[in-house]
Design a protein around this ligand. Structure first.
Ligand code: FRU
Length: 738
């Protein structure tokens, strides 16, 4: 490893002796109580410097004297800029105290010859100011100005600055643009991560050229290393690879542990890594994306952060499966670029080469999430192994709509064109295109119908048939505002004529899954006609707590694959989502239990001998009267999940308050998770458990609840309780699943 700073520091020390004595030059300490030295734009910084905090702000600390520049004037939403008078650079460093938000659009910058040469923001969200320094030796004698910018609304949309001075002594506890260099001769650079460390920004350089866009990263700073992430450098062998950190602290412990390696095979204690659900190998995952079938492979792309296990730096990760049960990991498919992160979207197979990327090209249509959200294309002619971004991205923009994302595209045969469903704030807008490149608006749906308590996201429009009749189903994920809080997926049943979706008159909102942990799910495109199924997968998490669930190294799993079916619930049509038939092929070691009539309580004390926490429980319940009954999964420690059938009030509730670890978020287990239950003579139950998840299917997926749980040892008993009524339990089977 070549550590530039280390090599230079001895030499610099010699040069600097004798120079450091020159006195500091104050650019501004704001102690005049005025902005006389600045041009003030906007209202964020107030008419004069602030005396500490503003009303509604946490206490501002560690500034000097009485005044500082504080852009919280009014609130986080106020915006504005301070521009200094021109000055000459006469010392080696510009030191200043800084605090406030970490956002892209709150920063202090040094401008020389109209060029921004340094742009810095607080490296953690804090109201405590800390010293930061810019090394300006190479600009000595030149004219400069400083701009302090707050162009950010919302949480932490402010900046704090004080005591800006020129000095020959560097006061910073940070190192700005700290560079680590490697002569690349291995496959990876491994970086130690700790999710509790503050975020810095890294840039990858190869032979002096920057590759891609900067990424946020939480390099382990104190003793603790959470896990390691690999940066793939195989293709740069023999070249000089650099990692440049926008800001690190001199006290950071693990910067020197960053190393090259040919292997990346850490073994962590991943208690909550499921055995038969799709998860990312490492890093953060949210929505499933771009699901498409091609030549024997089901592709599953997903929202992915390969630099850590919190939401950030969104790429498209990639997996494939031949059977929808076992998944193989493939390299990242799409990385952020100058248009932004790669948010959710879909993929199609362009059989007739309408876009000109090649016959049968796999074309991904996704949201570029930068300053604004726009829709972009990328294509692959090697079965999704590599993608090329379209030269003329973006292909669809509307700067007036802030939440403008998640394109789901399919080929509409009757009108001979591609149709895109796009989430547009609180509606879904449909667009049509002959070539995937030029889109025109067809119609807009959603005003005054369904749930509008949150942003509409991740739509999907697909036909399902019931008794030979085709109905069109529109899925809309909503966050927050889900039936049981936070994120959930609602749907509409109606007709689509190639232009307009018209919803049937039903009692909306209808929910696909009443549990708290099935979000942003959509269906596979291009499933072979001989199969003909509509295959669905969802992200098994909820934005209410997704970034705090207990997990190490990786975060989140997808649901098992489900088949969408239109069925009648006795009142009206609904969309059922039972497990795909293939799930039965995962069954091992069937434990069969005798039928039982229960009139009070009955326990199966030991579900499985070798219980790894990954199994399916199946049975049929026949209540004799319309009262209540429940069943409960529990472990030796008393941790349990209860499934409560309240037949009087037609409700199925799940109680995970004592399910294991619940304290990681106030929002995880405060209340019962309720679903409306249509009274039937019998309830066929299939319950899939996989380490940290429970997926309950009642009567072939007519009623579904997916909920995460974090037991500290597997649940290994099943207890039935009734309110004194008699229930028959039949066909009880327990299967280990693998
Ligand atoms: C839904 C969502 C999408 C967006 C993506 C970003 O969970 O908010 O609307 O494209 O996540 O990761």
């Amino acid at each position: 490893m070549i550590n530039k700073l280390k090599i230079c520091s001895g030499f610099l020390a010699l040069v600097l002796i004798g120079c450091t004595s020159k006195s500091d030059i104050i650019i501004d300490d704001f102690e005049s109580g005025t902005y006389n030295k600045w041009t003030v734009e906007g209202d964020a910084f107030g008419a004069t410097p602030a005396k500490g905090s503003y009303a509604g702000q946490q206490t501002v600390e560690d500034f000097e004297g009485q005044y500082l520049a504080n852009s919280f004037n009014g609130s986080d939403d106020s915006r504005g800029t301070l521009i200094s008078k021109e000055f000459t650079i006469e010392r080696y460093y510009i030191n200043f105290l800084i605090g406030g938000g970490q956002n892209q659009d709150t920063y202090i910058e040094l401008v020389i010859n109209n060029k921004s040469v340094y742009k810095s923001r607080s490296i953690i969200e804090t109201e405590k100011l800390q010293w930061m320094s810019w090394d300006v030796k190479k600009y000595i004698g030149q004219k400069a100005i400083i701009r302090i910018v707050d162009n950010q609304r919302g949480a932490w949309g402010h900046i704090l600055v004080d005591q800006i001075e020129q000095s020959n002594t560097e006061k910073s506890i940070f190192m700005v643009d700290y560079e680590l260099g490697f002569e690349a001769d291995k496959k990876y650079i491994l970086v130690p991560i700790d999710d509790d460390s503050p975020e810095s920004v890294i840039k990858l350089g190869v032979d002096g050229k920057t590759i891609g866009v900067p990424m946020n990263i939480r390099v382990a700073q104190s003793e603790k290393i959470g896990y390691w992430i690999p940066i793939d450098i195989e293709k740069y062998k023999g070249k000089k690879v650099t990692l440049t950190f926008a800001n690190v602290r001199k006290t950071d412990k693990h910067l020197n542990d960053i190393k090259q390696s040919d292997i990346f095979n850490f073994d962590y204690d991943e208690t909550y890594r499921p055995l038969y659900h799709h998860t990312p190998l490492y890093g953060w995952m949210n929505d499933p994306n771009g699901m498409v079938y091609l030549d024997g492979e089901y592709h599953l792309f997903f929202q992915y952060n390969p630099y850590g296990s919190k939401w950030s730096n969104i790429h498209w990760g990639h997996s494939v499966s031949k059977d929808l049960k076992k998944w193989e990991y493939l390299p990242v498919a799409l990385a952020p670029d100058s248009l932004g992160s790669i948010f959710s979207g879909s993929a199609v197979i362009d059989k007739n080469n309408t876009a000109g990327f090649g016959k049968n090209a796999m074309v991904a249509i996704f949201t570029s999430a930068g300053k604004i959200q726009t829709q972009s294309l990328a294509y692959s002619t090697d079965k999704g192994r590599t993608f090329t971004k379209y030269d003329h991205n973006p292909v669809l923009t509307d700067p007036n709509i802030v939440d403008f994302r998640d394109p789901k595209v399919f080929w509409h045969d009757n009108t001979g064109q591609w149709v895109m469903s796009l989430a547009t704030s609180q509606t879904i807008t449909f667009y049509g295109s002959k070539n995937l490149k030029e889109w025109n608006k067809l119609s807009e749906f959603g005003e005054g119908i369904g749930s509008h308590e949150g942003v509409w996201e991740c739509p999907d429009l697909l036909p399902l048939t019931y008794k030979g009749k085709t109905k069109w189903i529109l899925f809309v994920s909503i966050n927050p505002g889900g039936i049981n809080g936070g994120s959930a997926t609602q749907y509409f049943i109606g007709d689509f004529d190639g232009k307009t979706f018209k919803a049937d008159n039903l009692d909306y909102p209808l929910w696909l899954d009443y549990g708290r942990d099935n979000y942003a799910g959509v269906t596979w495109n291009n499933v072979p006609a001989k199969d003909g199924r509509h295959l669905f997968i969802g992200w098994m998490n909820n934005w209410d707590y997704a970034n705090s669930v207990p997990s190490i190294n990786f975060s989140s799993a997808n649901t098992i694959v489900r088949e969408l079916k239109l069925v009648h619930n006795g009142k009206h049509l609904i969309v059922a989502n039972p497990p795909i038939a293939e799930m039965a092929e995962l069954r091992r070691n069937n434990v069969k239990i005798e039928n039982k009539q229960v009139d009070k309580t009955y326990s199966i004390e030991k579900l499985l001998n070798d219980n790894q926490g990954a199994y399916e429980v199946e049975f049929l319940v026949k209540p004799k009267e319309v009262k209540n009954f429940e069943f409960k999964l529990a472990n030796q420690k008393g941790e349990n999940v209860r499934f409560i059938f309240d037949l009087k009030n037609n409700t199925l509730s799940i109680d995970r308050a004592k399910s294991g670890l619940v304290d990681f978020s106030n929002n995880f287990a405060p209340a019962l998770i309720n679903a409306p239950l249509v009274t039937k003579n019998s309830y066929k139950i299939r319950l899939f458990v996989d380490k940290a998840s429970t997926e309950l299917f009642v009567n072939d997926g007519e009623l579904v609840q997916t909920n995460l749980v974090f037991p500290t040892e597997p649940y290994n008993s099943l207890t039935f309780d009734t309110d004194g009524e008699t229930i028959d339990i039949e066909d009880i089977n327990i299967y280990n699943l693998k």
